[in-house]
Design a protein around this ligand. Structure first.
Ligand SMILES: NC(=O)c1ccc[n+]([C@@H]2O[C@H](COP(=O)([O-])OP(=O)(O)OC[C@H]3O[C@@H](n4cnc5c(N)ncnc54)[C@H](OP(=O)(O)O)[C@@H]3O)[C@@H](O)[C@H]2O)c1
Length: 402
């Protein structure tokens, strides 16, 4: 509990935390009561100084709930849009209160009297605008936080290559690993040239014990401060139609390799008293996913592993995060045997994951994936969730594999 409170309130100025607590009260206590318990006959809502009653008040309580819920999220996660959001909303309240009081009193005295109740809110709007820097994205500062070297698996394409570029751009030396040696060499040369860091390419098949050993031996002389367990693949299609050996390799790559690498490298991080581990999970790991059953199960494994380590390793000053992309434009779909469909940009997904280090145990890319994972997958019963997921994923899998 103490750690949770520390996470919720650290860094933010006290006055802003007080506003956040008030917004949480409005979103989780007052507005649910207002919406579901308060009689329609006595309900009132004020927007832009205009008073609504009865059913209009009930209906307009819904956007009010969104305002406060978004504010709690924006304060908690320091979202860049929050500076504008908080300023605009409190300015709107100030204007509403001014109008309300001025009209009620009337005449010239109304113009003056209206200022008094409005001023605290105008002041708050001004304070939010002045504090906008607090909400701006910060430099990652990976080297001072974690050390000189990062290791990225699955860096020969897609999200892994994007993660390696982001890490190098922040000034950290990088080891890039995957099976395709030529691509790794080209990426290492690009990182050294573009960002002036040191980069090493280590080809290894991480679905095998030998490959995992090869990689660990190749980095044994380095202090790895940031481990990115990103290498992974999927195999779309009905369970019984896919090759058993390939499914076993998929489990080894997506689950065994992160366990082996993390276990080996966390020892050094503990000794040095700092470090970080990023797991690339998937929004697919938030619910059972028929036609991607083994893949989704491996990503649920990564999520649980990462979130548990997040809590376990924080006392050792080791940050852990699980990055959960939804569909992303990489080679993944083709290799998994999916039908092509649109996705997010790999560089944006990579940035989101690295920015979440030290902030939260897991981060889902894209608000639509967030809604699916947090609302749909939690609100519906498990059979309904599995059936819905089946219907959605079927559109992405070739007919002969369904
Ligand atoms: N793209 C998406 O829609 C999506 C969505 C959610 C989660 N993810 C996750 O994101 C991660 C990265 O995938 P991506 O989208 O960037 O796909 P990608 O472009 O196919 O990249 C996968 C990476 O993993 C490497 N890899 C595959 N098998 C390997 C093995 N046996 N040993 C070592 N490395 C291996 C690949 O390199 P080599 O082939 O050279 O070995 C490649 O660098 C994966 O964990 C994936 O599950 C992707």
């Amino acid at each position: 509990m103490r750690e949770w409170l520390y996470d919720v309130f650290r860094e933010r100025p006290a006055w802003m935390s007080a506003v956040m607590v008030f917004c949480a009260y409005m979103a989780f206590v007052y507005l649910p009561w207002d919406l579901f318990v308060k009689p329609v006959a006595v309900d009132e809502e004020v927007w832009f100084g205009i008073r609504f009653t009865g059913w209009w008040a009930k209906i307009l309580a819904i956007p009010h709930w969104f305002v406060y819920a978004a504010a709690v999220y924006g304060f908690r996660r320091r979202r860049p849009w929050m500076a504008f959001w908080a300023t605009a909303y409190t300015a709107q309240v100030a204007f509403g209160i001014y109008l309300w009081s001025a009209v009620r009193v009337g005449g010239f005295s109304g113009v003056l009297v209206g200022l008094f109740p409005a001023l605290p809110f105008a002041g708050l709007a001004w304070a939010f605008w002045n504090a906008r820097e607090y909400f701006e994205p910060r430099p990652l500062s990976l080297v001072p936080r974690y050390g000189e070297w990062g290791l990225v698996t699955g860096a020969s394409s897609g999200i892994g290559a994007a993660l390696a570029r982001e890490i190098a751009a922040d000034g950290m030396n990088v080891i890039v690993s995957a099976r395709r040696a030529e691509r790794l060499e080209a990426l290492a040369a690009e990182l050294e040239r573009d960002f002036g860091v040191q980069a090493r390419a280590v080809p290894a098949d991480l679905a095998t014990r030998e490959g995992q050993r090869t990689l660990l031996d190749a980095v044994a002389d380095l202090e790895i401060g940031l481990l990115v367990n990103n290498a992974g693949r999927g195999l779309a299609g009905r369970f019984d139609l896919r090759d058993g050996d390939q499914l076993r390799d998929l489990v080894a790559l997506n689950c065994e390799a992160p366990v082996v690498l993390t276990h080996a490298l966390v020892q050094g991080m503990r000794e040095r008293g700092r470090g970080a581990v990023l797991f690339t999970g998937s929004a697919a790991g938030r619910q059972p996913l028929p036609l991607h059953a083994v893949y989704a199960a491996t990503k649920a494994f990564d999520l649980f592993l990462g979130e548990a380590l997040w809590a376990e390793l924080r006392a050792s000053n080791i940050d852990v995060v699980v990055l959960e992309p939804g569909s992303t434009e990489t080679e993944f779909q083709e290799i998994a045997g999916e039908l092509a469909h649109a996705g997010d940009r790999a560089d944006e997904v990579a940035r989101l994951g690295l920015a979440a280090l030290g902030e939260q145990p897991s981060v889902i890319a894209g608000w639509y994936n967030w809604i699916r994972a947090n609302l749909a997958a939690r609100l519906f019963t498990r059979p309904i969730t599995a059936h819905l997921a089946h219907a959605v994923i079927a559109k992405q899998v070739p007919e002969e594999l369904r």
